[in-house]
Design a binder for this molecule. Structure first.
Ligand SMILES: Cc1cc2nc3c(=O)[nH]c(=O)nc-3n(C[C@H](O)[C@H](O)[C@H](O)COP(=O)(O)O)c2cc1C
Length: 402
């Protein structure tokens, strides 16, 4: 048989070299329907693929023979230093990947020295994350039709000392993740093959389902109708509860309830970046939700340069969607992002090895970023600049990390 190159997906997790290896390990450790929930994008997954393609289309032009001793990845964020220009993105249902779920992610972020963003749809109470993990915590806000839920989340997050609120603006209408849906006969009812596959993952069954019980949407449980709080049933019911009327005028309502830093997650144009500025936001997150919402959407990296030129001196610019390598992060920083949010890359670490796996994922990205800095003749992330990049035409993309 001819030799086949493949990412490492074996049992010895210490041998994982990169995020792609962690992803293969994660794929083996959780049932297919759980992996699919993490992995999938909306409809034809054109946005999902394009996020990687757009990053790959940028090439470095490295200067040579520059002293790069004493490099540092430290970066300021809202007036305080982070160990690296990274933030863990908000993701719902983390308790399906590992029994420690949000706590493992938040602890790894705190130990590493970067913020963790807790989702409205988390499986852990926001107060428990603050008490058990600590560190710099950001709270993500989904606004549901019953606005009392959002007001409750904001009041509790402020009381628990969360630093920033991340108002997600791109889920007024929920994206259709068809590959995820295929695993259910109807909302909340997995198909027989999905159930059979779960039985082939006894360790996951015992650790995630039997020991702790089916994960639940703890933060908003009190507001949900019967049956909607369970992760499997609720994930198909909750999207219908999202508020389609959210608009820029709601920033004033949020400001009345939220005293801390405020970022809008879902901006993809200069015009909207200016609106965020005009309505008094502190930052924006350039994102297409990791390809899970609008299909055939522009990649955030494609609009970053123009947005940074327009508002980068007055707003904190965060970017996500498709970041899997230190080189991806370097490209965004060179184009004017202040920090990068990591979604699936952290989740692969969580599913592969809990808190230790998330730490591995963060370490991998940091080591890679440091190496790229050195290879680009930079001593700090502030040295990264657009002149180090060139847009490649007729690019070919390495499909092994998609
Ligand atoms: C499994 C999963 C769950 C997510 N849940 C949320 C969420 O609850 N709230 C939110 O604002 N974004 C959510 N997102 C989007 C992430 O915050 C982030 O924008 C995206 O994952 C970035 O792309 P990446 O996964 O390619 O890094 C989720 C993403 C994934 C993969």
């Amino acid at each position: 048989m001819p030799w086949k190159r493949r990412a490492f997906g074996g049992r010895n997790r210490a041998r994982a070299l990169n995020i792609s290896d962690l992803r293969e390990i994660a794929r083996r450790r959780v049932p297919g329907f759980v992996f699919e929930y993490v992995e999938g994008g909306a409809e034809d997954e054109a946005t999902l693929r394009h996020n990687r393609e757009a990053l790959a289309a940028l090439r470095f032009v490295p200067p040579t023979l520059i002293d790069t001793g004493g490099r540092s990845l430290q970066a300021p964020l809202f007036g305080r230093a982070t160990a690296a220009p990274l933030v863990i993105a908000p993701t719902g249902l983390n308790g399906m990947l590992h029994p420690q779920g949000d706590i493992a992610l938040a602890r790894a972020a705190a130990a590493f020295g970067i913020p963790y963003t807790l989702s409205t749809l988390s499986t852990t109470l926001l107060e428990d994350v603050a008490a058990q993990a600590g560190g710099r915590l950001w709270m993500q806000l989904y606004v549901m039709k019953n606005r009392a839920i959002a007001e409750n989340i904001m009041a509790r997050a402020a009381a628990a000392g969360y630093e920033a609120l991340v108002f997600t603006s791109d889920a007024n209408v929920f994206g259709c993740r068809e590959w995820d849906k295929r695993n259910y006969v109807r909302p909340g009812k997995p198909t027989l093959p999905a159930i059979a596959d779960s039985l082939r993952h006894p360790r996951w069954l015992i650790d995630v389902l039997l020991r702790k019980g089916m994960p639940r949407f703890r933060n908003i449980e009190a507001f949900l109708p019967p049956g909607a709080a369970s992760a499997v049933g609720g994930s198909t019911i909750i999207p219908q509860m999202f508020e389609p009327t959210i608009a820029w005028t709601d920033i004033a309502w949020i400001r009345r309830h939220w005293p801390g830093k405020l970022l809008v997650k879902g901006v993809l144009s200069v015009q909207d970046a200016r609106r965020a500025l005009d309505t008094g936001c502190d930052g924006i997150i350039l994102t297409n939700h990791g390809g899970r919402q609008l299909d055939h959407c522009v990649a955030p990296i494609e609009v970053l340069g123009e947005v940074a030129a327009a508002v980068g001196d007055r707003l904190t610019i965060v970017i996500d969607s498709g970041f899997r390598r230190g080189s991806d992060i370097a490209k965004a920083l060179a184009l004017g992002a202040h920090t990068v949010m990591i979604g699936r890359a952290a989740l692969y670490g969580l599913a592969a090895d809990g808190e230790r796996g998330v730490r591995r994922a963060l370490d991998m990205l940091a080591v890679e970023l440091d190496r790229v800095l050195g290879q680009l003749g930079c001593r700090s992330v502030a040295d990264l600049r657009a002149s180090l990049l060139r847009q490649s035409t007729g690019h070919s993309i390495d499909q092994s990390i998609d």
